[in-house]
Design a protein around this ligand. Structure first.
Ligand code: AHG
Ligand code: MN
Ligand code: MN
Length: 337
């Protein structure tokens, strides 16, 4: 089923048909997704032309996370915000690249939804032409529509998510969108500028066939107790595992979602709370993986149950097929990590 190309169903048609079925739909959710797809096409175009458009390399700045900012980080961050702020569908946005929340300016209608994003994930891979992406999550606001939003609308547990997904800029550009209707992938036809349903109803592969692990083994010396032994056990003769690690979460996650496997980013000495961001990376992908039949934990608890206390909070992340995530979580507990 995956990879089959159905020219009949565009992303717009899918959005229209699934939101029409919702009795309380106001059209704002559909508008949000349409504007997001416009932003995805703009960013995709810029990513493809990065070497020609002077978009490689850093800006010379360091972001709120203490990381070097790439020109494409800024382009993606601004493009997505500009595409969404005026359309009357969101009241607030939060981004890995911005210190605080971004409330839509008063001149625009303060809509029903809150939007979170890692505008450009894997930015260290930009200059080497490897796969990168945009990760997002959508929440319904708590306060009343049409009034200014507050931090309380923005700082939410992952279980409040109503839709999430990512755009992956790889050998092709794909939007993966998870909602209550399941997980669907839409591939951009660059000549038409249109996304078509290419991966209907994505589900994780049956456990027996899912033997890929993805982790940065360069940090093995500073992993929590138990993890090194677990990863070594995967390499035992006959265990049948393979290893794949790109270093763009979105790309490692997408491969494991399509072919099965598990991604690990534990706490390390350098990043004692893990490296990945709760709101902008872990929550959206945990929502996607659960909708596809998988699981995500921080080594102890379900990722979506984390109650974040600040926007840029980080977490260890173990995500993929349920059986592997449960194995890792048990190993860490037994080792007292
Ligand atoms: P970002 O580019 O948004 O800062 O995220 C980079 C993240 C993530 O994409 C990836 O999984 C991880 O960093 C890789 O980290 P290591 O280089 O430490 O393995
Ligand atoms: Mn990222
Ligand atoms: Mn990023």
């Amino acid at each position: 089923m995956n990879g089959q190309f159905d020219e009949g169903i565009t992303l717009d048609r899918f959005i229209y048909e699934t939101t029409r079925a919702h009795p309380t739909a106001t059209g704002q959710f559909a508008t949000l997704l349409r504007q997001l797809s416009l932003a995805a096409r703009l960013v995709s175009n810029r990513v493809n032309r990065a070497g020609l458009a002077g978009m490689l390399g850093g800006t010379g700045d360091v972001n709120v996370q203490g990381e070097f900012v790439q020109k494409l980080d800024i382009y993606a961050n601004e493009t997505i915000k500009r595409a969404l702020e005026h359309a009357g569908c969101v009241c607030a946005m939060a981004s890995e690249e911005d210190e605080g929340p971004y409330f839509v300016p008063e001149r625009f209608y303060s809509g029903r939804y809150v939007f979170h994003m890692d505008p450009l994930d894997g930015s260290s891979n930009i200059d080497v032409n490897a796969t990168i992406g945009t990760i997002f999550a959508i929440y319904r606001r708590r306060s009343e529509e049409g009034t200014p939003a507050t931090l309380d609308d923005v700082l939410r547990p992952g279980r409040d998510i109503v839709a999430a997904g990512y755009v992956i800029y790889g050998s092709g550009t794909i939007i993966v969108l998870a909602t209550d209707a399941g997980v669907q992938g839409f591939t951009l036809d660059p000549a038409l500028g249109e996304f078509f349903l290419s991966h209907p109803d994505i589900r994780l592969q049956p456990e027996a066939r899912t033997k890929t692990y993805s982790v940065n083994e360069g940090y093995a010396a500073s992993w929590p107790p138990g993890l090194r032994e677990y990863v070594e056990s995967l390499k035992a003769p006959g265990a049948g595992w393979r290893s794949r690690y790109i270093g763009s979460l979105v790309a490692d996650f997408h491969r494991n979602l399509i072919t099965g496997g598990v991604f690990l980013y534990p706490a390390t000495k350098k990043n004692p709370s893990g490296k990945l961001r709760v709101l902008f990376e872990a929550f959206p992908l945990a929502y996607v993986v659960e909708k596809a039949g998988g699981a995500a934990t921080d080594g102890r608890r379900r990722i979506l149950d984390i109650e974040p206390t600040h926007l840029h909070q980080r977490t260890p992340l173990f995500i993929g097929n349920r059986v592997h995530v449960e194995d890792i979580t048990r190993v860490l507990a037994e080792a007292g990590a």
